[in-house]
Design a protein around this ligand. Structure first.
Ligand code: AVJ
Length: 311
């Protein structure tokens, strides 16, 4: 017998609430980074992509333009293109123009972003079949499998949010639906350059990080006092990742629904990991996930890589 849900909250909100309570109940408190992207967070992320310190977006766009013909040859014309986190869709347009896929499946956690992107692409490419799917890569999804070859496109170094075991599982799962993958991966580099990219002078990344607490206040009725929290991001060279945290500037308590959470002065909530891989390191990860042949394209400065994985 199905247990009735007592609250009238939509399922999505219930999931958010449960994830927040679970994360803040762990010894090292954490929040899942997928919740950054409400309307305000998505706008802040779009601003991050334009920051002088945040080389990631420009480097990936440059390498995509530079190697577009080779990338299209790798993917194969007329393929089914499945894209995770389609977002603003500038790279998607480039890729679609070059690949001429017969079917395009954009996947995004934001219904608004998905609708806007699908509408814009339908106007640009009237003969392209578009099947948008609402969801995120952290859970298995119902993806319509309509045509071969199928290519999974996972740009933006979103895979960097996963730890290596999760990334391995995601690659292995994707191999089950597509023989080929195009994965954007941020490269290891000078730690001070990484540090600057996540500690921009204009404070946009700090606002992006803090918006997660504002969102919990807005949607879950919590009482985080944003003046008592500070953005804290650093490169952890042993683990090869940027870590973003929110630091509690004094001992304080926060109420969320029936729950009360205590924070010591200087305690942090870990909000995001952003893993960086050497070309070799990512190739090894892909090989362990069952991709036999691999090639990679990089931007001129060697900051970012697009890996073409083939089974
Ligand atoms: C969207 C996950 C690729 O890790 O660089 C940007 C998110 N966080 N600045 C990244 C992010 C802080 C971004 N990804």
């Amino acid at each position: 017998m199905a247990r009735e849900r007592r609250d009238a909250r939509p399922l999505e909100l219930a999931g958010f609430y449960q994830d927040v309570v679970a994360g803040l109940s762990a010894p090292q408190k954490f929040l899942p980074p997928k919740y950054f992207y409400d309307a305000a967070g998505s706008r802040l992320f779009a601003r991050i992509c334009r920051l002088p310190e945040y080389y990631v977006t420009r480097a990936e766009l440059e390498l995509t333009r530079r190697h577009l013909a080779a990338i299209a040859r790798f993917a194969g014309r007329g393929c089914q293109l499945i894209e995770y986190g389609s977002g603003e869709g500038i790279k998607s347009r480039l890729l679609i123009r070059a690949l001429r896929p017969s079917v395009y499946v954009p996947i995004d956690i934001s219904q608004a972003a998905l609708d806007a992107a699908a509408r814009a692409l339908a106007r640009k490419f009237p003969s392209l079949k578009i099947h948008p799917v609402l969801g995120d890569f952290s859970r298995p999804l119902q993806i319509p499998l309509l045509k071969k070859p199928r290519v999974v496109y996972f740009p933006g170094s979103t895979i960097g949010n996963l730890d290596p075991e999760e990334a391995h599982a995601f690659l292995a799962m994707s191999r089950g639906i597509a023989a080929r993958m195009l994965v954007g991966v941020d490269l290891k580099k000078d730690p001070s350059m990484l540090h600057a990219a996540y500690n921009d002078a204009a404070g946009v990344t700090a606002a992006f990080n803090l918006n997660l607490l504002a969102r919990i206040n807005r949607e879950l009725g919590a009482d985080f006092d944003l003046r008592r929290w500070r953005h804290y991001a650093f490169y952890n060279p042993a683990l090869g990742r940027i870590e973003m945290h929110l630091g509690s500037m004094k001992a304080q308590k926060v109420a969320i629904g029936e729950h009360r959470f205590s924070f010591a002065a200087g305690e942090t909530i870990h909000t995001e990991n952003s893993y960086k891989y050497s070309l070799e390191g990512f190739r090894e990860l892909a090989a362990r996930a069952g991709f036999g042949r691999a090639q990679a394209w990089t931007d001129r400065r060697g900051l970012f890589a697009l890996h073409g994985l083939n089974t």
